[in-house]
Design a protein around this ligand. Sequence first.
Ligand code: SF4
Length: 298
Amino acid sequence: MRLLLALIIFSYGSYGESIYVGSGSILQYKGKVWDYFLREVMETIFDILKQTKRNNCGKCGYPTCMAFAAAVHTGSSSKSACPFIEGASDDRKSPLQDPETALARQLRQKVKDIDLEKRAKGLGGRVVDTDHGPALCLLYLGREVFISRERVFSVDGSELEPRDQILLYNYLFFGGEGELSGKWVGLESFPNSISKVVTLKRYTEEKIARHFAGKAEKFLEKCRKVGTTEVADCQADACVTVPVLPKVPIQLHFWDEDTEDNFPAEVKALFDERALDFLDIESLIFAAERLAETITGH
Ligand code: SF4
């Protein structure tokens, strides 16, 4: 949800501790999906914004008209909360009330134009026949998932959560090709990443460190369940490479707490130097968050 919220309010609001200003870094990315998102979803927010007085008076309970428009768009507020929107009834049920579902639905339409066979090799997957037609089969956090023209689902046929669908569609649309570099870099090495480093630290690195403090073995045990490769020659107490997606591995360096010297546990997440050829930076952060959620269980 934070990924989506960040997009919705990217030019006016805050995301975690990140502030997106002006035209923002998102627009500078090559993401075809983001272009699509901005065109299809942001227009709706701006449509709502246009109906407000755009004076940021705060009478609706939101600090800015843009924040209010985003809230109406997601269904968490109603146009009637702004006294300047004429004839607004309680329209809390927006047609795009759940932006994750709406975006997943919109992206699904785009899948119809993609040649799965052509993309499969570059993305580290394969095309298989399923009850829902041909589908790209990939390993996602240690389990097989399928992207067909109709749905994104797991081996048991159940549909994935909309936010996972969005990440997988994004991976498909990016259409990355070629081998990874094998060189590991911090998120700060990527362009326009300064504010995002804080988000990664807060929702991935610190979350994992807190959860596994004093439990390095448990950390390894949980990571093994998502197909981890352990890295031997590393100074950290535990170091693993987790294939979140075939071409989006994340390396986690874990230093356990030192209670005698009062050092807390720490985690550093690294990405392949070519990671941005396979996902945009927001999706990379989201992939790391999903990894953290999977191994910590929350
Ligand atoms: S009450 Fe209306 S004009 Fe005032 S901040 Fe909210 S949306 Fe903007």
